[in-house]
Design a protein around this ligand. Structure first.
Ligand SMILES: Cc1cc2nc3c(=O)[nH]c(=O)nc-3n(C[C@H](O)[C@H](O)[C@H](O)COP(=O)(O)OP(=O)(O)OC[C@H]3O[C@@H](n4cnc5c(N)ncnc54)[C@H](O)[C@@H]3O)c2cc1C
Length: 293
């Protein structure tokens, strides 16, 4: 077992990135993933522990015009209670409402949910619908140790279960997205043995913009259906330019079933997950069609 030699609580992103650059460190925010993982032996401690919870610059839900910026330390409760998000991005609030218990929601952060990179992470799917980008900060040797920031589309961030493009010296500082507009009708469904306090057997977020009865923009994302949270690009392409009649609904649901790559595990077989994705895709599309009537 690794001995913890240093425990640090930085107050700024500059301080945090300096600590990460200088130490072999394990960073945490709410620690709702880190603690169970270290206790179960799934993850090892490192010589330095960096608690980023006190960095005020990583807090807050901000809007400038149509653009939103959410700090990495935004908790699930803050998302759930945000009037701004309820009005402009209800699908994100809907996902927060399926998330664990009140106690967990008060502690679990958005940045932690993204960086833990679970294929079943609840907050990831609505952000994929929104074409969100993550902002990452680190100390740059090229900039003589000054802070370097880069932005990545969220859909390119995930590499596999628990794996992302985040470098060990980087902090995820913010999530950026544009409000999708009132005509974008979207919803989120998590299928598990219980509505919350359970890892999804599968989850899905789906949204469409309709003009004169025709889908002009479609976004679909699946959770627990592949090694990473997955955009349903084939399903989206099938939907765009079509009316939501029974034929389109059936074709989109069948395409969704085919484009996921589920595994069989204790929660459900790959076959069962495909059945669920097909059924839920059809149901969510029916909701969109109903809203349009
Ligand atoms: C009982 C229980 C129920 C749960 N239910 C759900 C659920 O319903 N839905 C769901 O999606 N998840 C659930 N989770 C998982 C967990 O709560 C979430 O993934 C949560 O959002 C993690 O946030 P955190 O701040 O606690 O992350 P932490 O545990 O602090 O960190 C998780 C990972 O992210 C990294 N990290 C954290 N913040 C940053 C940052 N800003 N920059 C770079 N790296 C960072 C850490 O180094 C670590 O690798 C549950 C967990 C438990 C224990």
């Amino acid at each position: 077992m690794t001995a913890i030699e240093k425990y640090a609580v930085p107050r700024t992103v500059e301080e945090a990135t300096e600590l990460l650059a200088a130490n072999d460190a394990l960073m945490f925010a709410g620690a709702t993933d880190v603690l169970p993982q270290t206790r179960s032996g799934k993850r090892a401690f490192k010589p330095a522990l960096v608690n980023i919870r006190c960095i005020d610059a990583l807090r807050g839900i901000e809007r400038e015009g149509n653009s939103f910026r959410l700090g990495a330390l935004t908790t699930v409760t803050e998302i759930l209670e945000s009037e701004l998000l309820k009005e402009h991005v209800p699908v994100l609030v809907e996902a927060a409402d399926s998330f664990a218990s009140g106690q967990l929601r008060n502690t679990a952060t958005l940045g932690g949910n993204l960086c833990n990179a679970s294929p079943a992470g609840d907050m990831i799917l609505p952000l994929l619908l929104l074409d969100a980008e993550v902002e990452l900060a680190s100390r740059s040797p090229q900039l003589k140790g000054a802070l370097a920031r880069r932005r990545l589309p969220l859909c390119d961030f995930f590499l596999g279960p628990g794996k992302t493009r985040l470098e060990p010296t980087e902090v995820l500082t913010h999530v950026h997205f544009d409000a999708p507009g009132e005509s974008f009708v979207a919803s989120f469904r998590k299928f598990g043995t219980r509505p919350a306090m359970d890892i999804a057997v599968v989850s899905i977020a789906l949204g469409c913009t309709m003009e004169d009865g025709v889908v002009t923009k479609a976004r679909v994302a699946f959770g627990a259906a592949a090694p990473t949270p997955l955009r349903g690009l084939r399903t989206e392409a099938l939907l765009e330019g079509r009316t939501l009649d029974e034929e389109t609904l059936a074709a989109a649901a069948a395409t969704a079933r085919e484009e996921i790559h589920p595994i069989s595990d204790v929660r459900g077989s790959a076959w069962y997950r495909r059945e669920l994705v097909q059924t839920l895709t059809g149901r969510l599309l029916r909701n969109v069609a109903r809203t349009e009537d």
